[in-house]
Design a protein around this ligand. Structure first.
Ligand SMILES: Cc1ncc(COP(=O)(O)O)c(C=O)c1O
Length: 387
């Protein structure tokens, strides 16, 4: 089959379950913040494989770490202790909000949320969870149960595994009313990613945190999308001045290698015993060496400073053309448009700029690698001005 006639889209359709609305281009390689497609075109990637490619593509430190670890020890499960895993946990705790001193490593964001919820039920012995309207927490049984709108769209289990209710966004009075002595946990994204980078109001979040404390409910912050530098801090929780009981993260954590983590307090860890949680692949050496590399490079290259600087530039300079407002934090930004975002994203793609969608038809998202540079922002600003 020659390049001209080959279509990965058609090839995938033969045996892969068709559950994704896919882009109409085929990446064949990528380097830095650019993707090269089968037709030879090059794209500036402001989508980052859905907030995953934290260090961009073909990063030399990642390749070196992966190669070295693959040669040395490709895999061992949690049945044995590994230096590389201990290092990953130490590094995560060092950058985590204070008091989050313990780590459970997983393979994905949903699995991290699943286990955070499990820990909350175990600790409190209660039977109810609260989430926020428009929040997204994953597609597994418990994480999906806490995801807004899942029931009407794709939640195919006969029932949710526990009672879940949704607090209206930024309604502090409703939060105070709804969090009670039956509430095991409240799970929230501080910036709702899938919803279009919606920033929850700090006052709403503070009310939730205070009411959780009063009622003995646990606060779970889902930083699957915002964590590991995307907010311009290691964790967005710092910007809100929160002390959560549990924090989950994934996506950017391995820079593209599947991994996730639950971070929790020593007090909570004390209620977990041998055998209570488990996973075969979570905390594998390849994932752990990448966690170490991603965190080392963020620190060495001051990528938090880079995110802060360029995020400010995007917010200041990209309210042009069809863009009327920008929400979100750091490199999780929602560009609000004066019309449907789809044709605007298509026009940007024609100009060689890849962006992300959101569940709001008038908002598109930027989730670029933390390694983005000034010239890439220039390119985006120029392109938006022509639309
Ligand atoms: C905030 C948030 N939580 C959880 C998830 C689920 O993560 P995963 O797809 O790795 O299971 C996502 C994925 O988009 C997310 O954005």
């Amino acid at each position: 089959m020659t390049n001209k006639t080959y279509s990965a889209l058609e090839a995938e359709q033969q045996h892969l379950l068709q559950v994704y609305g896919q882009f109409n281009f085929e990446p064949v390689s990528a380097s830095g913040v650019h993707i090269t497609c089968r037709d030879g075109s090059k794209l500036l990637d402001l989508y980052g494989g859905h907030a995953v490619a934290s260090l961009g593509y073909a990063h030399p430190d990642m390749i070196q770490a992966l190669t070295k670890q693959a040669e040395q020890l490709f895999f061992q499960s949690n049945a044995v202790a590994l230096e590389v895993r201990a290092k990953a946990a130490n590094k995560l705790v060092a950058v985590a909000p204070e008091k989050l001193n313990q780590v459970f490593l997983t393979n994905s964001g949903a699995e991290a949320n699943e286990n955070a919820l499990r820990i909350a039920f175990k600790k409190t012995g209660r039977n109810k969870v609260l989430a926020i309207e428009h929040g997204f927490h994953g597609r597994t049984a418990a994480a999906g149960a806490c995801t807004w709108g899942a029931k009407d769209k794709w939640y195919a289990f006969p029932r949710t595994p526990f009672e879940v209710n949704f607090i209206p966004r930024d309604n502090a009075a409703a939060a105070t009313d709804m969090i009670d002595s039956d509430t095991a946990a409240v799970i929230i994204e501080l910036v709702q990613g899938v919803a279009g980078a919606y920033d929850l109001s700090p006052q709403f979040v503070a009310t939730i945190a205070a009411t959780c404390k009063q009622q003995g409910a646990l606060l779970i912050i889902d930083e699957v999308q915002t964590g590991i530098g995307r907010s311009g801090q290691y964790f967005n929780t710092e910007l809100y001045g929160l002390e959560p009981d549990l924090l989950t993260t994934a996506k950017a954590l391995g820079g593209g290698f599947p991994c996730g983590a639950v971070l929790l307090t020593d007090e909570l860890a004390a209620c977990i015993s041998n055998g209570d949680l488990g996973t075969t692949f979570g905390g594998g050496p390849m994932a752990c060496t990448l966690i170490n590399t991603v965190l080392d490079v963020i620190d060495r290259d001051d990528l938090l400073g880079n995110v802060q600087k360029l995020s400010t530039r995007i917010k200041n300079e990209c309210v042009v053309g069809p863009v009327t407002k920008i929400t979100g934090t750091g490199f999780l930004l929602g560009l609000h448009c004066n019309k449907g975002a789809k044709p605007i994203r298509e026009a940007l793609l024609k100009k060689g700029i890849l962006t992300g969608s959101s569940s709001n038809p008038n908002i598109f998202r930027l989730l670029p690698p933390l390694t983005l540079a000034d010239e890439h922002v220039d390119e985006l600003v120029s392109a938006l001005k022509t639309l």
